[in-house]
Design a protein around this ligand. Structure first.
Ligand SMILES: [Zn+2]
Length: 424
């Protein structure tokens, strides 16, 4: 009898532990600090790269070069040692987050029983909502465009109310930890389907909308169940480091357009930004590419990939900061319309321009492939809120505001693109 009670007890514990719940994640960050360091010289840059040889550190930004700030996460054990090292190297720093776990708790999943945009949601809830919308509206065509490495569906929704429309594609959550991406893309889709705003209704009549809300379902589930800070997909990439096998490819570094040029991080396969040993290796992005290619040439006229953070509209190209797309000035005018309209709502300013200029030179991004290979005439990466206060862990109470400002930006963008002849 006692054994039976013990067994039932163990089973119950097992069930509870197996279900993902906020704050129960395997990897916790209690009393971990986020340091922002300002790197001024090449020597400091070199030393910062080497810091991980003796301090366990999680870089939140790709180490591109001097003249920038970088955020890094360090646990209680190594904080003193990091501060001593930074002081010794005369690297200026400040602590921007005192307790990362507290921040993560405010940016976690709240009531996940149904889809709304006041909290973040799990993959199941997002996909259930997608399925419900598809069942309720016959102008939505929903398709599984492929399976992830671990066998999860990659779903798409195509909204088409009129034949002969041109299309705008919205891509979400290719980077696992950027939860605000799928939250915003689903917010936009919900507006297009359910809003009573006459302008949005017109946009959903006059254009087709293709939405892939979750390009990286494996990584996304991993950020919910194991490690909130995961970025890549979850395919073992064939490399090892001292902690074991290395997983994942940064899928927004894996698209084949001027792949592997300057700024490349190929030597560090365990890094969060590892773009693979060659382009087009990941099943998730191959599915996405096949899906995009399944439409007639000229049908998709705008491709927008949603990311966090920094408040940018990043245009092609990524692989160079000295060459610009043939219609770069036109794309800048369209991005400016987004930026101006978005800023009018809550004052969030979005900086726009070529990603190689504004961000840093790196290739393999979706927007460059969509522009350079698929010849889609307006493509961009939208880096959503914020500018670094919360960074990747934007609190849940900002999701709706982000959705509203991006909706305003998107309306202006489409109208400007129309005026500029993008849809002709
Ligand atoms: Zn991203």
């Amino acid at each position: 009898m006692r054994l039976l009670i013990l067994l039932i007890g163990l089973l119950t514990v097992g069930l509870v532990a197996g279900k993902s719940a906020p704050g129960r994640m395997a990897v916790r960050y209690d009393n971990f600090k986020v340091y922002q360091v300002t790197i001024e010289t090449d020597l400091q840059m070199e030393e910062l790269r080497k810091i991980q040889e003796h301090i366990t550190v999680h870089f939140l930004n790709e180490l591109a070069g001097p003249g920038r700030t970088y955020n890094l996460i360090v646990g209680p054990l190594f904080q003193r040692s990091l501060e001593n090292t930074l002081n010794f190297l005369e690297i200026a720093y400040q602590v921007i987050v005192e307790d990362l776990q507290k921040l993560l708790d405010e940016a976690s999943v709240g009531d996940d029983s149904h889809m709304e945009w006041e909290t973040y949601h799990t993959l199941d809830t997002i996909y259930d909502w997608v399925d419900q919308q598809c069942a309720a509206h016959d102008y939505l065509e929903c398709k599984v465009i492929g399976k992830s490495h671990e066998g999860r569906d990659i779903k798409s929704v195509r909204l088409s109310k009129r034949s002969g429309n041109k299309a705008i594609l919205l891509e979400g959550n290719i980077h696992a930890m950027e939860w605000i991406s799928s939250a915003t893309v689903t917010f936009l889709l919900n507006q297009l389907i359910n809003s009573e705003d006459p302008e949005l209704q017109r946009l959903s009549e006059e254009y087709d909308w293709i939405v892939v809300p979750m390009v990286n379902p494996d990584g996304f589930v991993y950020t919910h169940e194991v490690e909130r800070l995961w970025r890549k997909n979850r395919r073992p990439n064939g490399h090892m480091n001292t902690t074991g096998a290395c997983y994942g490819i940064d899928m927004n570094r894996n698209f084949d357009y001027h792949w592997g040029g300057a700024g490349w991080n190929i030597d560090e396969p365990c890094d969060h930004w590892f773009g693979g040993e060659e382009p087009n290796t990941e099943v998730e992005i191959l599915s996405l590419q096949d899906f995009v290619s399944s439409f007639d040439d000229g049908y998709i006229r705008s491709y927008m990939a949603f990311h966090a953070y920094g408040q940018y509209v990043l245009l092609p190209y990524g692989h160079t900061n000295t060459e610009f797309p043939p219609n770069y000035e036109q794309m800048k005018r369209i991005a400016a319309a987004f930026s101006d309209a978005a800023a009018e709502v809550y004052g969030s300013t979005f900086t726009y321009g070529a990603s190689g200029l504004l961000n840093y030179v790196v290739s393999g991004a979706a927007k460059d492939w969509a522009y350079g290979v698929k010849h889609i005439p307006f493509t961009c990466t939208v880096e959503l809120r914020d500018k670094g206060t919360f960074g990747f862990f934007l609190p849940s109470n900002q999701i709706t505001e982000v959705g509203i400002e991006v909706t305003a930006g998107l309306k202006a963008l489409v109208n400007k693109a129309q005026e500029e002849g993008i849809f002709d």
